[in-house]
Ligand binder design. Structure first.
Ligand SMILES: *Cc1c(COP(=O)(O)O)cnc(C)c1O
Length: 479
């Protein structure tokens, strides 16, 4: 900054700075343009200021070629228009996920099923029996709308839900083991994205982490030898985003439950992305389901609502009646309270699981994970043809075989064979294509591989193909 102040301005820069219109002048100009009629005053003033400031910086930066013409009223108004458009567009908006990562945390994780959206809209815009028991006309429980269905599909005695699974883990640890030791295998001290680490969450809950075993091998006797008077909990954590292969051994949840029963210590499992569907039925790697964890006898099982479950962001806690009752009564629960929109969407999503085959079709996350290769290939061919028909000699388009990923800290080793469309443009880097597509309305988020801009058709809906085509049409006109 200091350097800039001392910088001597040349004559052209001085002239341009004198020509630069003031904010007041711009606000006068605006009055002649119908475009600005219904725009709030604050937005107009902020946009005008930004434009003036951008021009000022541009003039001071000798690398930018600001001319007197670019400072004309018309050009300035165009810039203000662009600023206003940006300011009036919601910051959180839909994008097209062309990454092939199905549960993409940065892009919103799971898309809701149609039933869930419908229920969410009703609950959002109307009063509801959120905490009102309609059968007796008195205050009711916030969790009653999902507890029955959760018990029905998981086999658990009781259930509740909070804001997200990180909250569910924190709340459960705080309730069951504050000031006591919690025994965890060294192979399960997970870090997932967004700074959730088991040792840190444990510390914040007031529980004392007792690591046992080694990174690759933990045996029942490791847990048993670590049990003391102040042991409060045996904890199993789903490895989520990694796996330990080779010379490895882990203690099953069932073995931990037997040990816990012998020493009268509760057992909890953090399943991460808990699923009610056995994905091995769809040719994928076998992952334990929520039902299996409950059947193994865990006292408490926690999992996410928006990973493999395919619902809204939520943390589900199922388990033994007395444990869930204790967790509910914890005052921290109030700080992690689930809101009614989420509850509405979650209830509808859970109900779909009564018929697993229907669930796999109706819940977008499950549909994308289990969809057939030929159906992806059909979409890829469609997109490829659409782009080829744009007929630009500087553009190279090809279909390629690649792997999609599950994402969301689930099934990290699962390969999902998929069909992609790759685009290369003469005189344009893959990075430049990526940027152009990212700036599209709506943004198209793909990936770059081997100097190609790659779009994976697994996560692209058929009705999004036309949007992608139009975006490329606009790009190709420029090259
Ligand atoms: C993802 C995950 C969490 C956190 O769940 P959120 O719903 O993202 O809060 C906790 N534990 C494990 C093992 C996970 O995989």
């Amino acid at each position: 900054m200091n350097n800039r102040k001392k910088m001597k301005l040349n004559e052209k820069q001085q002239t341009l700075l004198r020509t630069l219109p003031g904010v007041d002048h711009i606000l006068e100009l605006i009055k002649t343009e119908p475009f600005f009629e219904n725009i709030p005053k604050t937005v107009l003033v902020r946009s005008a200021r930004t434009v003036v400031e951008n021009f000022r910086m541009g003039i001071l930066d000798s690398n930018q070629n600001i001319t007197e013409k670019s400072l004309s009223d018309n050009c300035v108004l165009e810039q203000v228009k662009a600023q206003v458009k940006t300011a009036m567009t919601p910051n959180l908006r839909r994008v097209i996920n062309a990454t092939g990562v199905v549960v993409h945390t940065n892009l919103g994780r799971s898309l809701l099923a149609a039933d869930a959206v419908e229920n969410l809209m009703t609950i959002a815009s109307r009063y509801s029996n959120l905490e009102f028991d309609l059968s007796v006309g008195k205050r009711g429980s916030r969790y009653s709308c999902v507890e029955d269905i959760l018990c029905e599909i998981s086999g658990a005695e009781a259930a509740m839900v909070v804001n997200n699974n990180a909250g569910a883990v924190l709340l459960s640890l705080e309730t069951l083991a504050r000031g006591k030791e919690v025994i965890v295998s060294r192979g399960e001290l997970v870090e997932i994205g967004g700074s959730f680490r088991i040792p840190d969450v444990m510390a914040k809950s007031g529980a004392i982490l007792k690591e046992v075993g080694t990174t690759n091998r933990t045996h029942p006797k490791d847990y048993e030898n670590a049990i003391r008077d102040d042991t409060g909990l045996l904890l199993k954590v789903h490895k989520s985003n990694y796996d330990i292969v080779g010379f490895s051994a882990e203690v099953s949840l069932r073995q931990m439950v037997v040990l816990g029963a012998k020493h009268r210590i509760p057992v909890m499992e953090d399943l991460g992305s808990g699923s009610f569907i056995d994905f091995s039925k769809y040719g994928m790697i076998k992952e334990g389901t929520v039902q299996e964890s409950v059947a193994a006898g865990a006292d408490v099982v926690t999992f996410s609502g928006d990973k493999l479950l395919g619902g809204p962001q939520a943390g589900v806690i199922v388990g033994k009646k007395e444990m869930i009752a204790q967790i509910r009564q914890n005052p921290i629960n109030r700080a992690l309270r689930i809101d009614r929109l989420t509850l509405g969407a979650l209830e509808s999503t859970l109900r779909l699981y009564r018929d697993p085959e229907k669930a796999v079709e109706a819940i977008p996350t499950l549909r994308m994970l289990t969809c057939s290769y030929p159906s992806i290939e059909t979409k890829a061919k469609q997109l490829c043809d659409m782009l080829k028909r744009l007929n630009n000699p500087n553009v190279y388009i090809e279909m390629t075989n690649r792997s999609s990923r599950v994402g969301g800290g689930a099934l990290p080793l699962q390969e999902l064979p998929s069909k992609c469309v790759g685009v290369r443009v003469k005189g344009m880097s893959a990075n430049a294509i990526e940027r152009f597509m990212r700036k599209n309305t709506p943004p198209v988020i793909g990936r770059i591989e081997d100097d190609f801009f790659i779009m994976d058709l697994r996560t692209i809906e058929t009705d999004e193909l036309l949007i992608i085509k139009t975006a490329f049409d606009n790009m190709f006109r420029e090259v």
